[in-house]
Design a protein around this ligand. Structure first.
Ligand code: NOJ
Length: 546
């Protein structure tokens, strides 16, 4: 089966975090009309689909990942009619809208949960996961992902409910066929509205067996996903991407089976967890083991070839900005942002660009009062209470806090970066005066124009989607290099991952090939120095038609 027959195998997806993208009404929160105003920008970039983080009605305890009505838009973002306009206007520009489906849990304000609280014999009680017990004696030691126990006591019922995330995000009971049917009907309703796909939030956590301490990859997981896919996605030509922190390559082959029985692809995070201490949490910082990064990314490329499909990403709304994380956001910000883009976009899979990544936006350094994220603030309180030194906790916040990715989109150098006329819900990064879209769109040499070129290359040369991957210079401590090959052509990607100038026998690898993209120099001409010398964060793509 050819790799290119599904439209999403040639697509590039752009993720929008709506509350931080563009405010249109001065309330300091981004909204759907704001996104509509910026569609031309997205069209210029050349992307094919937009993944929208949740815009459904929600009390916003976890910025919309706590939904109280799956079939309405939160008034802070606009109306259902704005959503319909967005789908239509995006469609005119060849852009599909991917919605974020949060199916593991709802908000505690969802009518189902409100009913469930009314009594053990209420028809909705079984929509959630309950355990009998005594106040203060938890069913077991399960911990919530945002800190604290995963059980919350309801005195009126004499029961605990399960919440893998915040107390205000009760877990849905997927064992109940009624819950599953409600979900399918809701998805079909959105499909009728013309959405182009779905991103499935923490989908590997739906099939939980809390008594056996199983939260990820429960025994019935793939049965549930296959039913979900059969009842909904397979009735349309959609892109579906599951978020699966616990995925291995073997599991990912099931999730992204080319027979279409589950999803198009999954977001797996093996590479993303490499810079933390073993056995620790993400906040326990460790240097990136570079060779391990190569090993992990290479493994995913090889394992899924022909029998699955990768998502390619460095960033999302839960992760720090990649240029600050594994690039250099000072002297070599532009060069390293481009190098990281080349490294990722040259691989096989569907690339995801997170808003602002295409500008080389960086992490922020605020004082603790200026952060908003529930996960970050819970961690801060917990660690300070445990006696961690404040400086150390703040270093973790600066390095890994989710708000790094959630500061407002930097449109221009003006007040509030052109994001809002009001007071933004979270502070704008002061570096917007230097890093912003207005100074990059149409400007040769900018990070934005570089991303644009990468997208054009992917559309021009089928090898980006098709080619078999081979890692080169595996043991090299500084260079990330690989080859791609299909029946008609060859591609070579060489990246200096660090800030030193190094020499390598590149001419042996690139003989007979044309340099089609480099992050040094303004066009695809040969690098000004010798081919063997790689300058700080230098990245090159060579191509040859056989
Ligand atoms: C994963 C989402 O990406 C994250 O932002 C959210 O907090 C959790 N799932 C809970 O829904």
């Amino acid at each position: 089966m050819g790799q290119t027959e599904k439209w999403w195998k040639n697509a590039v997806v752009y993720q929008i975090y709506p509350r931080s993208f563009q405010d249109s009404n001065g309330d300091g929160i981004g909204d759907l009309p704001g996104i509509i105003q910026r569609l031309d920008y997205l069209e210029t970039l050349g992307i094919d689909a937009v993944w929208l983080s949740p815009v459904c009605r929600s009390p916003q305890d976890d910025n919309g990942y706590d939904i109280s009505d799956y079939q309405d838009i939160d008034p802070m973002f606009g109306t259902l009619s704005d959503m319909e306009t967005l789908i239509r206007e995006a469609g005119k520009r060849g852009i599909r809208i991917i919605m974020d489906l949060v199916l593991n849990h709802t908000s505690d304000e969802h009518p189902w949960f409100r009913e469930a609280l009314k009594g053990r014999d209420n028809p909705y009680h079984d929509y959630y996961v309950w355990r009998d017990g005594k106040e203060g004696v938890l069913p077991n030691d399960l911990r919530a992902c945002f800190g604290g126990p995963a059980w919350e006591w309801v005195p009126e019922l004499g029961q605990y409910y399960l919440h893998q995330f915040s107390v205000r995000q009760p877990d849905l009971n997927w064992e109940s066929p009624k819950v599953r049917r409600e979900i399918y009907d809701m998805i079909l309703w959105w499909m009728e509205k013309g959405v182009g796909g779905f991103r499935l939030d923490v989908i590997d956590q739906i099939a939980k067996e809390p008594d056996r301490m199983i939260t990820n990859n429960g025994p019935r997981l793939h049965e549930f996903i296959q039913e979900l896919s059969r009842e909904t996605f397979q009735k349309g030509d959609l892109i579906t991407v599951g978020e699966a922190w616990g995925a291995t390559t073997e599991l990912a082959k099931r999730y992204s089976n080319p027979d279409g029985s589950e999803f198009s692809m999954v977001f797996q995070f093996e590479h993303i967890g490499l810079d933390q201490q073993e056995g620790g949490e993400k906040w326990d910082l460790a240097p990136l083991p570079f060779r391990k990064l190569k090993e992990v990314l290479g493994k995913w490329q090889t394992a899924l070839y022909g029998c699955g499909w990768n998502s390619l990403f460095w960033n999302n709304h839960d992760l720090p900005r990649i240029v600050s994380r594994w690039g250099n956001d000072c002297v070599y910000r532009t060069e390293s942002a481009k190098m990281l883009a080349v490294l990722l976009h040259g691989m096989q899979g569907t690339p995801y660009i997170y808003q602002g990544e295409e500008l080389g936006m960086t992490n922020a350094r605020y004082s603790i009062e200026d952060y908003r994220d529930i996960e970050l603030l819970n961690m801060y309180r917990e660690r300070i209470a445990k006696g961690y030194p404040k400086e150390q906790v703040m270093e973790s916040v600066y390095a890994k806090g989710r708000d790094n990715a959630r500061t407002p989109m930097q449109w221009d150098a003006g007040p509030q970066a052109g994001f809002t006329d009001g007071t933004p819900w979270i502070k704008v990064n002061p570096n917007h005066q230097e890093i912003n879209a207005a100074s990059q769109v149409g400007v040769e040499g900018s990070v934005f124009e570089f991303y644009r070129k990468l997208i054009v290359l992917r559309k021009t040369f089928p090898i980006f989607a098709d080619g078999r991957f081979e890692m080169l210079l595996e043991d090299d401590e500084e260079i990330f290099a690989y080859r791609r090959e299909d029946t008609e052509s060859r591609l070579l990607v060489v990246c200096n991952f660090f800030g030193n100038t190094v020499s390598r026998p590149i001419s042996k690898l690139c003989g007979g090939m044309d340099l089609i993209l480099t992050n040094y120099g303004s066009s695809a001409d040969s690098p000004s120095t010798s081919c063997e010398t790689l300058r700080p964060y230098e990245a090159r793509i060579y191509y040859q038609h056989k």
